[in-house]
Design a protein around this ligand. Structure first.
Ligand code: NAP
Length: 244
């Protein structure tokens, strides 16, 4: 059997780093994409790093083409890189701030997908890391919610156009990372209840550590593959129901 190749964007820390480490533990070859290679991965024989700032949309295609060269295309792709963006009253969020969040959370994923799908072999499975925020429309999370809702639909549209690849937008549940830690530091405000929900999950020990969340997602890949391509999947509704 040939070794699976997995590509993970946003590999420098948090959930992306844990996804890369989980795939390595599973015996896969891993290509990490990001601005910085974490020390724990840089010397791993089965790991390659493609340095790319995903905000620089126009350079992503060339960097991926150069990094992947003529080698096998990845079999599984995690579109993981993301930013939380501004949290607060929507009227105070500028269009420019929304654009920067959309650039990373939505548009960079389009560019990465285009670069991968034009290769002679395409990935079998693409998992876009989405969020419950893509559905909930929680107060205070305008830019992030818009970007993840758009990501869900981006993947749905691609699923119709590329039937040989399975696409999903997957909400991983609450994971203890820099992104959620910074949300916990926000002052409590009743207009923005999602912040309090995350803080409560932290306090009650219901936030998953990244390794645990990555393992859980890895184990659920076959169940995700069994969903229609283009689906939005919340891991809390698969497998261990009621986890958090
Ligand atoms: N944590 C949760 O509970 C949770 C819940 C639902 C969804 N998610 C999603 O999970 C994904 C990972 O988030 P996380 O929680 O692990 O947050 P994180 O610790 O803040 O990690 C975000 C990752 O994205 C990368 N990234 C951001 N901007 C980039 C850019 N311009 N170019 C290249 N890489 C960039 C970061 O790299 P740098 O180190 O270079 O900044 C980092 O590797 C995100 O899509 C997030 O929306 C997280």
């Amino acid at each position: 059997m040939t070794t699976k190749k997995v590509l993970v964007t946003g590999v420098s820390r948090g959930f992306g780093k844990a996804l890369a480490e989980t795939a390595l533990l599973q015996g896969c070859r891993v290509v990490g994409v990001g601005r910085r290679c974490p020390a724990s991965l840089e010397d791993r024989e089965a790991f390659e790093f493609i340095r790319a700032d995903l905000a620089a949309l126009e350079t992503i295609g060339t960097k991926l083409a150069r990094g992947l060269g003529k080698k096998n295309s990845p079999d599984v792709v995690f579109l993981n890189a993301g930013v939380g963006g501004p949290i607060g009253s929507s009227g105070e969020v500028s269009v420019g701030e929304i654009e920067s969040v959309l650039r990373i959370n939505t548009l960079a994923n389009k560019v990465v997908l285009d670069a991968l799908l034009e290769r002679s072999s395409q990935p079998a499975q693409v998992v876009g890391i989405s969020s419950g925020a893509s559905f909930n429309g929680s107060g205070g999370w305008l830019a992030y919610s818009m970007s993840k809702a758009a990501l869900n639909l981006l993947l749905r549209v691609y699923s119709h156009e590329f039937p040989r690849t399975h696409f999903s937008a997957v909400a991983p549940g609450i994971v203890r990372t820099a992104m959620t830690e910074s949300i916990c530091e926000q002052p409590l405000d009743e207009r923005f209840p999602a912040n309090a929900r995350i803080r409560k999950a932290f306090e009650e020990g219901r936030a998953h550590d990244p390794d645990n969340a990555a393992e859980r997602l890895w184990e659920l890949l076959p169940a995700i593959l069994a969903q229609p391509s283009g689906a939005y999947v919340d891991v809390r509704n698969l497998g261990r129901e009621g986890d958090d």
